[in-house]
Design a binder for this molecule. Sequence first.
Ligand SMILES: Cc1ncc(COP(=O)(O)O)c(C=O)c1O
Length: 494
Amino acid sequence: MSLATHTPGVARYIAAAEAAAQRRAADLARMRACRFDTIAVHGLYTMQEALDFNQGSIIEPIYMATSQAYRDSDEMEAALAYAVPTWCYSRIANPSLYYFENVLALLEGYQLTVETSCCATASGMAAIDAATEPFLARDPRRPDRPFNFVSTCQVYGGTFQLFAARKMREKGVECRWIRNSADLGEWEERIDDNTRFLYGELPSNPGQAFFDLAAVAGLAHRRGIPLIIDNTVATPALLRPLSFGADVVVQSVTKTLTSSGFGIAGAVIARKNLTCHYAPEDLRADFAMYLKTLPNRDHGPNLSPMNAVLSINDMRTLRSKVDLFSRNTMQVARFLEQHPRVERVDYLGLASHPLHELASRYLFLVDAEHDAQYGQPVNRYGHLMSFRVAGGVEATRRVFDALRRIWRATDLGRVKSVATIPAISTHQQQGEEGRALADIPGNLIRLCVGGEHPDDVIADLDQALDAVDGRSTRVAPSAWSIGGASRALGDGDA
Ligand SMILES: Cc1ncc(COP(=O)(O)O)c(C=O)c1O
């Protein structure tokens, strides 16, 4: 915006903001030149920033405030025109979110020549909705023209419901499912002139589906449409989809990015100048900023500052955690693979997995070649795997109920190992037909291996698999908690 169109008071703020923008660009350039771990530890929160604006605090501030005060009406006017840096109101932006967004933009854009930006959301589902909805706007020139989007059917159950129920059933937008995402011919068949975007989850939860990302990005771009990838399971420590041509990445930050399990968070990270032949210029130029300042301002799915800083803290050690979890998962998968009571194990790291070779072209521990421990690129396959129990659904439930150390919860990406039966939990609501489509049978247990020693996880699985013979494994509730609280002991309890 030209200074001439503003009053002198407003123009003064805009001129000062230009100097600040240069300082930010220099900070950004310095950080982009650092290695992944350094970016994860610091992001854009510098010592200078702490000394100048945050009492010297070495940890990013949590601004639990609804809104920002302005020095005078000139600053307010400049801010509300988005002509100077501002956070304004926490439904739109917030300083704690600023640090969160920048670290994720840098990590997903690591060593990429194009610029990236990020918009924080209150959850992974809010990120998926925010990332897809703008591409499903009616075309004002042809308002009656139907349109569709193409997605892998092997996606998280919430995503399946969002696409099948919310978008398809309630809004009449056609979602065309890809059954076998590794088959490029199937993608090609589903795309037509009315396709708005392609969507995939890599690797998929829980089935470990995987596809040739660069080839699918090529398909999308030949049609002038964007590719959106859910990178929750791999995280940027193993895969950076934008570097293979994807336009937008969504993250359930709730999961592996944070791993401590303190709260729900999400993010949309996009390359600037993304491919989309039908979208307005401002959407294409900086999609994440477009979301932040327009649709998300109006829909309001913003992240709490507290969760932003808790997430920042967790993400500092992302690479080493993902390395540890991946190595542990590999050991557990090998144990399960040879167990007589296990019918099948799906883990991309196993040489026996049909997609192992394809996944091995994509999933590398970032910076392993600069790590004294490895000194060369190493494949890592993440912490999510699934296995099918021999003997059917009842036997599967007995094994599941017998777990003692592995937590039964509909969760993943934790530092604690967690298991679930997707058919009765995360993927229950998509129904028998939807589960058959995505190959999620009732005897499949999804297991996310955490940071415990793998021997102890294996021991727990080993004793639980013994429960297939039907012996009872229920543990009676105890009368006292280890912290000292007793249950009420009525007459009947004695
Ligand atoms: C792959 C994947 N994407 C998205 C989500 C949704 O994230 P959230 O629970 O943060 O909304 C999940 C949740 O399990 C997931 O596993």
